[in-house]
Ligand binder design. Structure first.
Ligand SMILES: Cc1cc2nc3c(=O)[nH]c(=O)nc-3n(C[C@H](O)[C@H](O)[C@H](O)COP(=O)(O)OP(=O)(O)OC[C@H]3O[C@@H](n4cnc5c(N)ncnc54)[C@H](O)[C@@H]3O)c2cc1C
Length: 376
């Protein structure tokens, strides 16, 4: 029997891990991608109006890569390499955990009942349905809570749509994660689009038509929680250290610390990008960590050479709706492009660079050649 590799999670990390494992292991390895949904979600596009456009069917890609696809939600996993899917149990000789992240809501009164989220395609679609229920000709008030990348992108997108008035609320200072020059670009865009900002305001309670912070009530028709991502709860089932976002500590080859035969990639892994900086939860790092974890798990099972994970560049690209986009490079976030130029870059990233390659041959050769997402 061939050695069996199971990869959990059909997002960026899991799909690139599947391609890399097939590229490394060839016909000597039995690779199965287990994932909750038959479609991959291009999550960075979930602030857009057309949620269906963010979905990429997996069957053709995965079988084209020579791997099996198993649809189901993993409810348990063991350090012996076995996983549980409902009533079924599957065994493996090695596991790659790539189950991604969600945006859990804190225990704020009324938030779970009245708040929306856009961390999954299903939830983003629910928000879009709620937005579409608006009576024609009326103004809709949306409060977005969380002024990080997701909150800013959603706030500026909605404020660019006709008849939507947006308030952006943050417990700290909005835009301070974008670097000093980037912050100015973000603030100018929010002002240009008429987004009202409420800063240093912690959400205390949410009702159907208003939310309360220490600065008082804010009226809304819809409220969206964009308070940050946390690693999949599956990480809690793995022994070993985790960081404050629930990510598993991994070594330079993305092996889960203290667990033999298990690798982690994407939003579930606390990986060091360049020996200094911890890779943020992002597609930019999910893709190369997936590639390295898949390669290394396959190398382990076929007595091959492991490779270290190292990415020496870092970029950010924040969509700012009708005000364009902000593109920065380096960990210090030097502003390179704004406005229409930034927007063209954002579109290229979201529609081309982070999209799975069109053919299995292209996918296999890109991972074999070590091509990560290279954004200049
Ligand atoms: C609104 C939004 C905007 C974003 N914008 C950007 C951006 O501009 N740039 C950027 O780089 N990043 C952005 N991100 C972050 C980026 O989307 C994530 O970092 C990236 O998706 C992580 O990839 P992943 O493969 O680790 O996880 P995911 O893409 O989340 O994939 C995880 C997969 O695992 C599956 N899964 C989860 N649990 C189970 C289970 N128990 N059993 C089986 N399958 C399971 C899920 O269904 C999913 O298919 C954004 C995220 C959001 C939500």
């Amino acid at each position: 029997m061939k050695p069996r590799l199971i990869i959990i999670g059909g997002g960026f990390a899991g799909l690139w891990a599947t391609a890399a494992a097939r590229a490394r292991g060839g016909g000597d390895l039995d690779v199965t991608l287990v994932t909750a949904s038959p479609e991959m979600t291009i999550r960075p596009r979930l602030y857009e109006a057309d949620v269906n456009a963010t979905l990429v069917p997996l069957e053709r890609i995965v079988t084209g890569l020579g791997a099996r696809l198993r649809i189901g939600t993993v409810t348990a996993l063991d350090v012996d390499g076995s996983i549980t899917l409902g009533a079924d149990r599957m065994s493996s000789d090695a596991l790659v955990l790539a189950a991604g992240s969600t945006s859990p809501m804190p225990p704020v009164a009324g938030l779970a009942e009245h708040g929306h989220r856009i961390d999954t395609a299903e939830r983003a679609a629910l928000l879009r349905h709620a937005l579409a229920r608006r009576m024609p000709g009326t103004v809709l008030r949306v409060t977005v809570v969380g002024g990080g990348l997701t909150g800013v992108e959603l706030a500026t997108e909605l404020a660019s749509e006709p008849g939507v008035v947006v308030t952006l609320v943050d417990a700290g200072r909005i835009g301070d994660g974008f670097g000093p020059d980037g912050e100015a670009v973000v603030r100018a865009a929010l002002a240009e689009l008429g987004v009202r900002t409420v800063e240093h305001a912690r959400l205390q309670s949410v009702e159907a038509a208003s939310a309360t912070t220490e600065h008082g009530p804010i009226g809304h028709d819809l409220l969206v929680w964009c308070g940050g991502l946390r690693a999949s709860p599956l990480t809690a089932l793995v022994p070993g250290p985790r960081d404050e976002l629930g990510r598993l500590h991994v070594d330079a080859e993305l092996r889960v610390e203290g667990v033999a035969g298990m690798w982690a990639a994407g939003d579930v892994a606390r990986a060091t990008a360049d020996g200094v900086h911890v890779a943020p939860m992002s597609c930019q790092f999910a893709i190369p960590t997936g590639r390295v974890a898949g390669h290394n798990a396959a190398a382990y099972l076929t007595s091959g050479q492991a490779m270290p994970f190292e990415v020496d560049r870092y970029v950010t690209c924040v969509d700012l709706g009708a005000a364009g986009a902000l593109f920065t490079t380096g960990w210090e976030r030097t502003v390179r492009k704004t406005g229409a130029e930034g927007k063209a870059m954002k579109r290229h990233i979201n529609h081309v660079l982070i999209h799975p390659p069109a053919s299995p041959e292209d996918f296999l050769s890109s991972v074999a050649a070590g091509a990560a997402v290279r954004i200049q």
